[in-house]
Design a protein around this ligand. Structure first.
Ligand SMILES: *Cc1c(COP(=O)(O)O)cnc(C)c1O
Length: 422
């Protein structure tokens, strides 16, 4: 085969080796053309919810593609988008009344930031421009989304393009008050300056599957309310059942001002995102002057095929025992983590619903830099797809995963330290 011209994401091609071709997927499995079966322990980068190639979503996509492929979404609308928007409003807190469609988690975040800043601007509070963010957070890879995420080797070259943000510490268990105090102090120092706080509710994904208590999320929201700061929940990863509830904010009883959803929105089939907001943000952009409109769009905004996939996804939530599957996976994680908790080779075992994570104790610090790719290869040799973040191994399976699948995944994890000599 001639060399592929494809430049893959998050891939160092000099050391990555050949990409694994995948021909089809079913349930929790991916299949190569030569019949190898790989257990997808990370839901193909956190997007696949029910399982690969769920027939109901596949059928909805086919039917919609035959009917209406795409239509400009300024000046026009269509049934799949209208149905989906109403369903999203019904599934989320009553305070959220408006839905803006885009096509990825990053753009959902960009839209949220623009909604917040645009609203302050149109409300005559143009000094409200500071954005508060949580340490170790990740909100996407476009320039604005990178700006509100953690800085590191992955965005150092672009640092001159990133805008300044105010970072509050991650709420480490037992030291949550430090985080709350930092937000409080920031808001007091800049009473007319802080526009918004953006957070990943309960679980910081790419930052290392770091978890914090729902009570802390509720406390952060209360501080935002006290100082009139817009509270943006980035539920791009945590949404659609990952943390045990449909959205993670539910566990804190928090109704965000703005909510971003993507990844699991179409069940993981096709790209689509939505930024939901309270009426205030829509109202601030509403008026007889054209200059007040929300100046944002992407070519495929509310693509009908993607919306039809999302509608089918929501029908699955309605008609199938999705919550029972999620509860079973959560219980399955719990039982297996309890066993590994007795094992000195692992530490910081943690869980939020269907997401489980642990850190492998690495005796030799020198191993830390390349432990992730070595673990990755170890798992793949056992036909399990896990993609560790440093020495953090996490499991985030599609809800089609069975007890047997979890056994396979945890056996591979238990074997890893000794196989790799960590
Ligand atoms: C993945 C992710 C994003 C970015 O989504 P893309 O679709 O990759 O642009 C944003 N926020 C969070 C919390 C994510 O996990």
């Amino acid at each position: 085969m001639t060399q592929s011209p494809i430049w893959h994401p998050f891939t160092q091609h000099a050391i990555a080796g050949d990409m694994i071709p995948i021909e089809r997927g079913a349930g929790a499995y991916l299949y190569t053309p030569d019949g190898r079966r790989i257990l997808d322990g990370i839901s193909s980068w956190w997007v696949t919810t029910h399982g690969h190639a769920h027939p109901r979503i596949a059928r909805a996509i086919k039917a919609q593609a035959d009917k209406l492929d795409q239509v400009i979404f300024a000046g026009f609308t269509h049934e799949p988008a209208e149905t989906l928007a109403r369903a999203l409003i019904e599934l989320t807190p009553p305070q959220l009344t408006r839905v803006f469609f885009s096509d990825s988690g990053s753009t959902a975040v960009e839209v949220a930031l623009k909604m917040a800043l645009g609203t302050w601007h149109h409300e005559g509070a143009a000094t409200r421009t500071r954005v508060a963010v949580m340490e170790h957070s990740y909100h996407g890879d476009t320039i604005g989304a990178m700006s509100v995420g953690a800085r590191g080797v992955f965005n150092r070259p672009y640092a001159p393009l990133l805008f300044d943000v105010d970072v509050i510490p991650f709420p480490v268990a037992g030291r949550e008050q430090d985080t709350l105090d930092a937000l409080d102090a920031l808001c007091r120092a800049h009473p007319d300056g802080v526009a918004a706080l953006i957070v990943e509710p309960l679980v910081l994904g790419a930052g290392g599957m770091l978890m914090y208590r729902p009570e802390t999320l509720a406390d952060l929201k209360r501080i935002c309310e006290r100082f009139g700061v817009v509270f943006i929940a980035d539920e791009v990863m945590t949404g659609w059942g990952r943390t045990g509830t449909l959205f993670a904010c539910e566990q804190a009883g928090v109704a965000p001002d703005i909510l971003c959803t993507s990844k699991g929105l179409t069940g993981g089939f096709v790209p689509l995102a939505a930024t939901l907001c309270q009426e205030r943000f829509f109202s601030a952009h509403y008026g007889m002057e054209r200059a007040r409109m929300f100046f944002h769009s992407s070519s495929y905004t509310a693509n009908p095929v993607a919306c039809a996939a999302a509608v089918a996804n929501i029908e699955i939530w309605r008609d199938e025992p999705v919550m029972e599957r999620i509860a079973a996976i959560a219980a399955g994680h719990g039982a297996r983590l309890a066993v590994l908790a007795e094992d000195a080779r692992f530490e910081n075992l943690r869980q939020a619903g269907t997401i489980a994570a642990l850190d492998i104790r690495v005796r030799d610090e020198g191993y830390l830099s390349d432990v992730a790719p070595r673990l990755y290869r170890h798992f793949l040799e056992r036909d399990v797809l896990l993609r560790p973040l440093g020495n953090t191994v996490y499991v985030l399976p599609p809800y089609a995963a069975t007890e047997g699948d979890l056994d396979e995944i945890y056996a591979a994890i238990a074997a890893a330290p000794d196989v790799l000599g960590l």
